[in-house]
Design a protein around this ligand. Structure first.
Ligand SMILES: [Zn+2]
Ligand SMILES: [Zn+2]
Length: 216
């Protein structure tokens, strides 16, 4: 995923047998014919069950080879001309369709995570909250990196981390607990607390909240 060329996801190809647009699918991990890799993460396949290549393929293969298979028109990214690929059932490759936008956004998320992890070592001295927040708020990021981000959160003395973390819905409650712990520490080190009524950050000695006027 990391090193593959995602520009191939934008390619549009038309099946010469049925004029329908080819579906973008994940390539299987190995080449069915010869055991070699496909050389691509993705492939384009005509999944149209009314495609003449597919409809006529059953009879052709049975006559030629005596077994039950047909062909789908298949093309690798960057190619102009595809080839017939043997399939054993109409379902083959149907579960492998990829949503190009989803793949791209997953890839973006992954890149942001890796960048944030690389910045963790220097973010304390640079007082840079961003990579820490990125990891704490990214439920798909590595757990170890998120834990570490929680640990160093209070060392980057920046109270602007409170709202985004408080407003985040955590799936991983162990990370939520660590983040909350770090926020408590950060607030008390700054002689602050959160108003229990309006959640604004106020002085820890305050008797009346200056935001909502409630008595504390
Ligand atoms: Zn077709
Ligand atoms: Zn208040």
């Amino acid at each position: 995923m990391l090193n593959c060329d995602l520009s191939s996801l934008d390619e549009k190809h038309i099946c010469p047998h049925c004029e329908q647009e080819l579906a973008c699918c994940n390539a299987p991990p190995f080449h069915i014919g010869d055991g070699l890799g496909w050389g691509s993460e993705f492939m384009f396949i005509c999944l149209n069950d009314k495609c003449s290549l597919y409809v006529n393929g059953w009879k052709h293969i049975e006559e030629q080879f005596g077994h039950i298979s047909s062909y789908r028109y298949m093309l690798l990214p960057g190619e102009k001309k595809g080839t017939p690929m043997m399939v054993g059932s109409s379902d083959a490759f149907k579960g492998c369709e990829v949503d190009p936008e989803a793949v791209k956004s997953q890839n973006e998320r992954y890149k942001r995570e890796k960048e944030a992890i690389a910045q963790l070592d220097t973010c304390i001295e640079q007082q840079n909250l961003q990579p820490i927040l990125t990891l704490i708020l990214d439920e798909a990021a590595e757990k170890a990196a998120r834990k570490r981000a929680c640990e160093i959160l209070c060392k980057v003395n920046d109270l602007s981390c409170v709202d985004p973390i408080r407003n985040h819905e955590f799936n991983d409650c162990s990370i939520e607990q660590l983040a909350n712990l770090s926020i408590s520490k950060l607030l008390s080190e700054n002689f602050k607390k959160e108003c229990p009524y309006c959640a604004e950050i106020i002085k820890s000695q305050a008797k009346i909240c200056r935001h909502c006027d409630n008595e504390l």
